[in-house]
Design a protein around this ligand. Structure first.
Ligand code: ADP
Ligand code: ADP
Length: 227
């Protein structure tokens, strides 16, 4: 699903952001990546989305070898995963329904499928009443749920969430992670990057800690229901 083999990343041939990283996340796992600011978390995400190419080592995601992938194959690769960003990245001129439908439209899904699938996702995310609202008319927590719905609508095998709780109220942070946990329980692999240690301690599970561009911890920790 995700595998990094001895991966290093340098910016401008000088700043070493990642230093010999080895990491494997299997099908169906839920893993947190934690680390302080500057640790290298965003750099890992950039490699996994093929926004950057590793300076050394191998990156495999969803069966694609990202060091070898042809430029014309990148859009197809990106459609094989769902991404949730801290800043939501919704399309401001489209309402909630169309923001979610957009992800299906770019895959040439049939109108019939879109008309069945989008209401289902809205319901799942508790957004049915908000379908006709525009992003600026809904709260931050709701915007993050729209972005989660958009990541989900194509039923990708893998969702990468980059600080998905970073711009929502603390109480809503737990709700967002609960939603991700529910999605994971249905079989989707989830990789969630966060600097919020409280959330990781609360939920527990596979936790990969990055410091100074290196994996300093990778193990299972107990969550609240195991205490
Ligand atoms: P995090 O997401 O954990 O805060 P980053 O992956 O953004 O960490 O950064 C890791 C290191 O790489 C830091 O030292 C940061 O200053 C450096 N870095 C990140 N992006 C760039 C860039 N575009 N150019 C140069 N250095 C960068
Ligand atoms: P949350 O449940 O995310 O904390 P808020 O308490 O911010 O939501 O908002 C409560 C309700 O008010 C939400 O259902 C939301 O749709 C609505 N709302 C929030 N912000 C706006 C806005 N700028 N314009 C219109 N409705 C809004």
């Amino acid at each position: 699903m995700i595998e990094l083999v001895d991966v290093s990343l340098k910016y401008n041939n000088e700043t070493t952001a990642l230093n010999h990283i080895n990491l494997k996340v299997d099908d169906g796992e839920f893993a947190f990546i934690v680390g302080s600011s500057g640790a290298g978390k965003s750099s890992i995400i950039k490699l996994l989305l093929r926004e950057r190419v590793a300076s050394a080592g191998k990156v495999f995601v969803n069966g694609y070898d990202l060091s070898k992938i042809k430029r014309r194959k990148i859009p197809e690769f990106r459609r094989s995963l769902g991404v949730v960003f801290q800043d939501f990245r919704l399309i401001p001129t489209l309402n909630v329904y169309d923001n979610i439908a957009f992800s299906l439209r770019v895959t040439n899904a049939s109108n019939k499928y879109i008309r069945a699938r989008v209401p289902y996702i809205l319901e799942l995310m508790g957004l049915t009443e908000k379908a006709k609202r525009f992003p600026h008319e809904i709260s931050g927590g709701e915007q993050q749920r729209v972005s989660l719905g958009r990541a989900l609508v194509n039923d990708p095998p893998l969702i990468i969430a980059d600080e998905p709780t970073g711009n929502v109220d603390p109480e809503l942070s737990y709700e967002i992670v609960e939603l991700l946990k529910g999605i994971n329980a249905c079989g989707t692999t989830i990789l969630m990057v966060t600097h919020e240690h409280d959330i990781v301690r609360y939920f527990g599970g596979r936790t990969i800690s990055i410091e100074h561009g290196e994996v300093v911890f990778d193990d299972y920790i107990g969550g609240h229901d195991e205490e």
